[in-house]
Design a protein around this ligand. Structure first.
Ligand code: MAN
Length: 355
């Protein structure tokens, strides 16, 4: 049983709400958004995934940044479904049949703002705010999380290219201009977020390395004195600790929120069938490498049509939250193509965590 209350108006954003970034592009999804209050408004920084329309059935057209433009402009590569070298089973990826390794993603993602006064009706900007740029973003930028720290908005996101997925940082003070700080964690790593303030004199981050041969997809902590050089990496939370529903992988989630009981955050877990659900973690206020409480069951799972059907089915993927009256609202990606929200009261939340 889900422990969160979905917003009646879900899904809040769907691909049809988004104007494609270029002629001939098709918006496959708007999802996995960072969330923050900015002045009187609520901003969602959304991942928008686009593919390229093809007139020929059996043809797959994939947008990537072109090497010739020094990875500044988009070019389109064409694949044939008939090509015996490739496997198209996963809607998100084209795989080399022989090795099973990923040859391309089927879409290119950028980051776009959506704005709202009430946290429910959002208007999506007509144009992207942050485009992928440079060699390490050849295949797009994904899954942003936003934290306000040191008077600036820190946008932590995944950069994807043929050399792997890295964690990158962009800062902004006004959601107009921004500064690229580059890669802060090497491949393969994703689902990273900063704590919104220094803890015991240092900056802290949560991240999720992806080991290839030994080990599982677990959540780690790291520390830094300057937000770009990260060290003291420590294992925090192991996949499968709470059960089958998060056996395959775990990852953050929403930025940690300081409460009187400690740092609270939502994380995602996936089972062996790639069904993505959400759980809760409570970490020690002065030493977030200590877990104080964790959910044993998911607090949100894909059960409604808009979560079980879509670009990649059976996914709820929280990346942002805001505080609302009496509780917390989580914005999550549903089935990798829509933005949805669900609320949880503090009372319910503390009861579930038993603290
Ligand atoms: C990965 C990422 C996410 C995506 C999920 C589910 O974790 O690519 O962006 O939402 O898979 O497909």
């Amino acid at each position: 049983m889900d422990k969160m209350t979905r917003i009646n108006r879900n899904p809040l954003l769907i691909p049809e709400d988004v104007i494609p970034s270029a002629p001939g592009f098709r918006v496959e999804g708007i999802f996995n958004c960072g969330a923050i209050r900015y002045g009187e408004e609520i901003f969602l920084l959304c991942r928008v995934a686009e593919s390229v329309e093809s007139r020929h059935p059996g043809e797959v057209k994939i947008p990537v940044l072109s090497q010739q433009s020094n990875y500044q402009q988009v070019e389109v590569e064409t694949f044939s479904i008939e090509d015996p070298l490739y496997d198209y089973e996963d809607s998100r990826k084209v795989r080399h049949k022989e090795t099973g390794r990923i040859a391309k993603l089927t879409s290119l993602s950028h980051l776009r703002l959506a704005r709202s006064r009430d946290g429910v009706s959002f208007t999506v900007d007509e144009k992207p705010w942050i485009h992928p740029s440079g060699q390490l973003e050849e295949w797009g930028i994904e899954d942003p999380r936003i934290v306000c720290l040191d008077g600036e908005y820190q946008i932590i996101y995944s950069s994807v290219c043929r050399h792997g997925v890295t964690v990158s940082l962009i800062t902004s003070s006004d959601f107009q201009s921004y500064t690229r700080k580059g890669v802060i964690l090497p491949p393969t790593n994703k689902d990273a977020v900063f704590f919104p303030e220094k803890i015991s004199g240092r900056y802290w981050m949560l991240h999720r390395p992806v080991p290839s041969e030994i080990g599982n997809l677990n959540i780690w902590t790291a520390e830094s004195d300057n937000l770009t050089d990260w060290g003291n990496h420590r294992l925090l939370y192991e996949a499968g600790r709470a059960g089958e529903w998060e056996q395959n992988r775990v990852g953050i989630g929403t930025p940690p929120l300081l409460t009187d009981k400690g740092w609270l955050l939502f994380y995602h877990g996936a089972d062996q069938q790639n069904c993505y659900t959400a759980g809760l973690l409570l970490l020690d206020r002065d030493n977030p490498s200590q877990i104080l409480a964790a959910t044993q069951e998911p607090v949100l799972s894909p059960v409604l049509d808009y979560e079980t059907q879509g670009f990649f089915p059976n996914v709820v993927f929280p990346c942002g939250s805001i505080i609302i009256e009496g509780g917390i609202r989580v914005y999550y990606g549903a089935a990798d193509d829509k933005v949805c929200a669900a609320d949880m009261s503090w009372k319910n939340l503390w009861e579930i965590l038993n603290v």
